[in-house]
Every structure is written in structure tokens, then in C-alpha cells.
Design a binder for this molecule. Structure first.
Ligand code: BTN
Length: 257
């Protein structure tokens, strides 16, 4: 019985693989404009213009994983933003299944997966509306995931690492992709039916340095305080020294040593 449910779930998804793309997120948007359906999984062996959050470059050498999932979702944008946590939990779960000593896997707000404090994977969520064939506006969400398998960039804002450095010698991007997609599909299905509660709890179980002092930089502004978690919409909760609980929608998090 379970097997049948699984295969039905998998039927919603189809893989489109490329040797090279500018960005899998960009290709997902082009496909949405060209009549693609919900569940397109766009995988490239390398990217020439891979991007991260806040318009930053995502170094995209062959050997690492670059994938985007195109989803057609009729929910408000605040709810759609929870998908970056759905993806983060699925990535963390995937990496825990690959790395033998995986106690150091953690989720860092808003969308990083760390190993022993170093960035192993990142998620870029983008949403947009586009008219369908009948001219009706359809809302799309692209969940883009990059996992460092063979290499990682040096001289970046946050220290990075890769699976190879973690002692995982022989694993291909395709294997990481298939395990991740399996986990994502199940997490996404549960989120669609039951909401954010379980994902929130699983993300919090893996939250990096909860209860510790952080600084959040939001352009020119910054907030300092204690990292208390995320709220029901995925906003970062920081208790400032005045005792006020701030909830933050976007920014870069730095931990004090
Ligand atoms: C971040 O940590 O800043 C997010 C990085 C997201 C990178 C992935 S790689 C696949 C997809 N295509 C892109 O251009 N970016 C995302």
C-alpha cells in the first residue's frame, strides 16, 4: 500500500538534466513561462551564473550538485516562504544519510546547511507569477539547492566545506540528487497536507547554536541578541538586550565567538 502512495507521489515529478546552464533557477523560470508543469526538477552538472541569496555568486564547478524544483502553489507568499525550511530539512536529512559522522550537521537561518559550522549547502527560494495558456495568473515557486560535494569556494563571507572534505570520497551529484528528491517529495507532501508544524520542529532540532549570541545584519541596519529560534512563519527570533523579541524576515546571521 505504502509503495503505491510513494509511486503516485513520484509521478508528480520529472527530471530535466543538462550539462551546463546559466542557473537552474533561471531555467526553471524560463520553463514556467513556456508551459512547464508543477514538479519539474532541473539539474545541471555545472552553472555559469549560479546565484545565491541577495544576488551573490554561487560558485558552480562540476562535481557539486545544482538543482531547482519548480512548484505551482496556490498559497500566499508568507506560507510559500516555509518551503525553504522544507528543503533545508530534506537536505539535512539527505546529508545525515550520507556522512557517517553527521552530528555536526545543522541548519542555520535562513537557508544554510552546515557541517561543523561550515557551509555545506545553500537554498535559494524564488517566487513569481506568470500567466498560463488561458491568461490566468499562476503562482510559481522555485526551490534552488546547491550542495558542495567535490569542492567548495575559499574566501567567501561564511567558511565553507564539502562532502569530500568530510571524508565522503565516492558519491556522485546524481546519487545526492536522487536521495534529496526522495526526501523532499515526502516532506513537501506532508507540509502540503499538514502545514509547517513538523518541519518547524525538525528544523529547530537541528538549529545551529540556539540560545547563543548573534548579530543579524540587514543592509545598513543590524540587531544583536540571543538566537531564540524561528516563528511559525519562519522569521528569525532574536531577544535583544532590552528583552524585546525581534522577528526578522531577511538578513545575514553572524555568531559571536
Ligand atoms: C545561498 O546560500 O546563498 C543559496 C545558494 C543557492 C544555490 C543554488 S545552486 C542551484 C540553484 N541555481 C542557482 O543559481 N542557485 C541555486
Amino acid at each position: 500500500m505504502k509503495k503505491k502512495a510513494d509511486s503516485n507521489l513520484l509521478n508528480d515529478y520529472h527530471l530535466l538534466s543538462y550539462d551546463v546552464l546559466d542557473s537552474t533557477n533561471e531555467e526553471a523560470k524560463r520553463l514556467a513561462g513556456g508551459g512547464a508543469s508543477h514538479g519539474a526538477v532541473i539539474w545541471a552538472k555545472r552553472q555559469t551564473s549560479g546565484r545565491g541569496r541577495m544576488g551573490r555568486e554561487w560558485v558552480s564547478a562540476e562535481g557539486n550538485l545544482f538543482v531547482s524544483i519548480l512548484l505551482n502553489i496556490a498559497k500566499d507568499l508568507e506560507t510559500c516562504a516555509q518551503l525553504s525550511f522544507v528543503a533545508a530539512v530534506a537536505v539535512a536529512e539527505t546529508l545525515e544519510g550520507i556522512i557517517p559522522e553527521h552530528e555536526g550537521i545543522a541548519c542555520k537561518w535562513p537557508n544554510d546547511i552546515l557541517l561543523d559550522g561550515k557551509k555545506l549547502a545553500g537554498i535559494l527560494l524564488e517566487s513569481f507569477t506568470m500567466p498560463d495558456e488561458s491568461g490566468k495568473a499562476r503562482q510559481w515557486v522555485v526551490v534552488g539547492i546547491g550542495v558542495n560535494i567535490d569542492s567548495y569556494p575559499e574566501h567567501v563571507m561564511f567558511p565553507a566545506t564539502c562532502l569530500k572534505e568530510a571524508g565522503v570520497e565516492i558519491i556522485s551529484a546524481k546519487i545526492v540528487l536522487s536521495r534529496f528528491i526522495y526526501n523532499f517529495i515526502h516532506r513537501f507532501d506532508a507540509w502540503s497536507k499538514k502545514g509547517f508544524k513538523d518541519i518547524h520542529a525538525e528544523w529547530m532540532e537541528r538549529a545551529y547554536r540556539k540560545g547563543e549570541a548573534i548579530e543579524v545584519v540587514m543592509g545598513e541596519a543590524h540587531v544583536e541578541g540571543i538566537f531564540e529560534g524561528i516563528d511559525a512563519s519562519g522569521r528569525l527570533l532574536v531577544r535583544s538586550s532590552s528583552g524585546k523579541l525581534e522577528n526578522i524576515t531577511a538578513g545575514d546571521v553572524f555568531f559571536k565567538e
